[in-house]
Every structure is written in C-alpha cells, then in structure tokens.
Design a protein around this ligand. Structure first.
Ligand SMILES: [Zn+2]
Length: 47
C-alpha cells in the first residue's frame, strides 16, 4: 500500500533519528519524542 515509502523522523536538537514505513508510526514517534523532551522533531518523507 505504501509502495516503499519511508518516513525519516529526525530530531533537530539531539542525535535521535529513526526510519519508519508508516506515516502514522512516524508521526507517533515524532510526537512522543517532542512530548518527552520538548525537542523540535521533523518528519521527512523519502520516496
Ligand atoms: Zn531530541
């Protein structure tokens, strides 16, 4: 369904980063990290 899309979750304020194949998962991860740490987290779609 996602056809090989990858979502790169990257924190702009610490070395935390992760790859997810689901937008929902990426968003959850980004939100959780931002909530836990008050960091600014970006989600980038990689095709
Ligand atoms: Zn962080």
């Amino acid at each position: 369904m996602t056809g090989g899309l990858v979502f790169h979750v990257v924190c702009r304020e610490c070395p935390t980063e992760s790859l997810r194949q689901s937008a929902a998962e990426a968003e959850t991860l980004a939100t959780a990290h931002a909530s836990d740490t008050d960091h600014s987290v970006a989600v980038e779609r990689i095709e």
